[in-house]
Design a protein around this ligand. Sequence first.
Ligand code: RP5
Length: 164
Amino acid sequence: MSKPFVAVLMGSDSDLPTMQATLDVLRTFEIDFEAKVTSAHRTPAATHAYVTDAEARGCKVFICAAGLAAHLAGAVAGITTRPVIGVPVDCGPLQGHDALLSTVMMPGGVPVATVAIGSAGAKNAGYLAAQMLAVGDDALAVAVKEERAKSAEAVQAKDAALQA
Ligand code: RP5
């Protein structure tokens, strides 16, 4: 039986520094992932082949990051019916505003769950993938809840320090 995993696709290796946040979150939850550079524009045939193969091998969620005219998430969403999360990367003269619109403005019926521009979005892509997988994985659901509680405690500790 194929082992479930998340595919983290990037349009360029220049997206990797942003996407480290995604990989960190997936590692925190011990979620198996494959990270790959593949481009909707520069390597469309290879992108298509990878997505088809990854789905057959057990990929449950695709996370796709790209900057500029960011079509990777949309292109992947056109190939697979697995959930696709799009991360608009903050690069180029428009600093990700172009990528945000390219990623989020999908036609009806072919959704891309688009997160925020840049590293906060990259981090949330990891959490969102974990939450999607947790729907069918009780142990992961507990881990996600514990992580959220830890984050709340950190905020409360900061407030307590401020009040002291
Ligand atoms: C996009 O173009 C990539 O995802 C990257 O964000 C941007 C620039 O790519 P490079 O010129 O750095 O390879 O397709």
